[in-house]
Design a protein around this ligand. Structure first.
Ligand code: URA
Length: 420
């Protein structure tokens, strides 16, 4: 088999075989295929696409390229394609684990505006994100939940291919994105999976058509790999909830588990958790929804979150200790109808909440609390948001520039579609 012929075949829009796909994935990860040939093939895939058969073969080859974990039948995972203010894992994981679903979440310290789940948990004093195998096993037996940092060598082929895509303008391809995400999920070993595919100004997928296609492709891959998979398309035209930033997001998650919290975050968390419970326990959605609402109301989910924190060595302190708080006041009147969510995320990052390179240090207290969101009516002088930071940087005007006002409300549902 020759890489040249595989590139030529894809250039001519012919279907690659399972063997050809395994050949280039393994060859690339073993440094036998050079970057220039791989880049050429990736560009041919971006331009000519892949059939479902090819997508499944690519995903499985990448999933098989490193460590493969396998958890129990009642194990469940959730994946979000990434958004601003997304702290749903902190809420959902304790809810579903109270209901007999096993959650072993291995999260990364992703580069981004607000840090990943692990960074959020590390904002809790003393919280240990690394557990040795025995401790992990004991905690799972006792609590049915663990959230730890990724230490295994999960899908190294995806890691290497993704790094090449990043510098060769070949990220934007539904077959490549879907296989990349699903290869990691398959190798991580949960038997049930709910995907939160974000759509809008703060998301990777800017429009519903692309998001729907991505969701359908990932659900198809999940099924072919024997994982029960559901995808929820959710709105990311504004930040999720009110708080952005690591410690501020933990604060909001706890508030929600306590029965408070904003309605968009509540609705999305309940929906995702209900699908997780429904597929894992083989019960219908309405039954699962009832159970989810019950463990929120009777505070069992809050207790589970507290147990998780203390079992992993953390002590919750919900006071924000940022040195500066800049209040953003409105200079306009009307309904907020648009929020430039990606830029709001960047502002949060500049305040100190994220990292652009691996070496950057996160300021756990930095971030934003939003007082007004889409469809809120605002008068001149109203408090729109507070920016928390240890830096002397005034980003209030940048924040104001992210908002659009009008005299009419707009459509603003949080749940857009469900794909099974
Ligand atoms: N996230 C991933 O993990 N892979 C992609 O290709 C895009 C986003």
């Amino acid at each position: 088999m020759h890489m040249y012929n595989i590139i030529e075949k894809k250039k001519n829009k012919l279907e690659l075989t399972k063997e050809e796909i395994a050949f280039f994935v393994n060859g690339y990860v073993n440094d036998e295929i050079p970057d220039y040939q791989m880049a050429s093939l990736l560009m041919a895939i971006v331009l000519n696409g892949m059939t479902d058969k090819e997508i499944v073969a690519l995903t499985l080859s990448m999933a098989n390229s490193g460590d493969k974990l396998s958890w129990k039948e009642n194990s469940v995972d959730k994946h979000s394609t990434g958004g601003v203010g997304d702290k749903t894992t902190l809420i959902i994981a304790p809810i579903v684990s109270c209901l007999g679903c096993q959650v072993i979440k291995m999260s990364g310290r992703a580069l981004g505006y607000t840090g990943g789940t692990i960074d959020k948990l590390e904002s809790i004093r003393g919280f240990k994100v690394q557990l040795d195998e025995d401790t992990l096993k004991q905690q799972l037996e006792k609590l049915n939940i663990a959230i730890i940092s990724q230490t295994k060598n999960i899908a190294p082929a995806d890691k290497k291919i993704y790094a090449l895509r990043d510098v060769t303008a070949t990220v934007e391809s539904i077959p490549l994105i879907a296989s990349s995400i699903m290869s990691k999920k398959i190798a991580s070993g949960a038997k049930n999976l709910v995907l939160d595919v974000k759509v809008g100004s703060g998301a990777f997928m800017k429009n519903i058509t692309d998001a729907r296609l991505l969701a359908k492709t990932m659900v198809m891959i999940g099924k072919e790999a024997g994982i029960k998979t559901v995808a929820v398309l959710s709105n990311m035209d504004q930040p999720l909830g009110q708080n952005i930033g690591n410690q501020l997001e933990v604060q909001e998650a706890v508030s929600l588990l306590n029965g408070n919290g904003p309605s968009d975050l509540r609705e999305l968390s309940i929906t995702l958790a209900s699908y997780m419970v429904s597929i894992t326990k083989n019960i219908n959605y309405e039954e699962a929804l009832k159970l989810v609402v019950e463990v929120l109301q009777n505070k069992k989910a809050l207790q589970k979150f507290n147990d998780l924190v203390s079992s992993q060595g953390g002590t919750l302190d919900l006071d924000n200790k940022a040195k500066y708080q800049y209040k953003v006041l409105s200079n306009k009147e009307g309904y907020i109808t648009k929020m430039d969510t990606a830029t709001i995320g960047k502002i949060s990052g500049l305040l100190g909440a994220g990292r652009l390179v691996k070496e950057d240090k996160i300021d756990y207290y930095a971030g934003i609390i939003l007082n007004k969101k889409i469809n809120d009516y605002v008068y001149k002088g109203d408090l729109l948001a507070t920016l928390y930071t240890d830096k002397e940087i005034d980003l209030r005007n940048d924040y104001l520039n992210c908002l659009t006002f009008s005299n009419k409300k707009v459509n603003n549902n949080i749940i857009l579609e469900v794909i099974r």
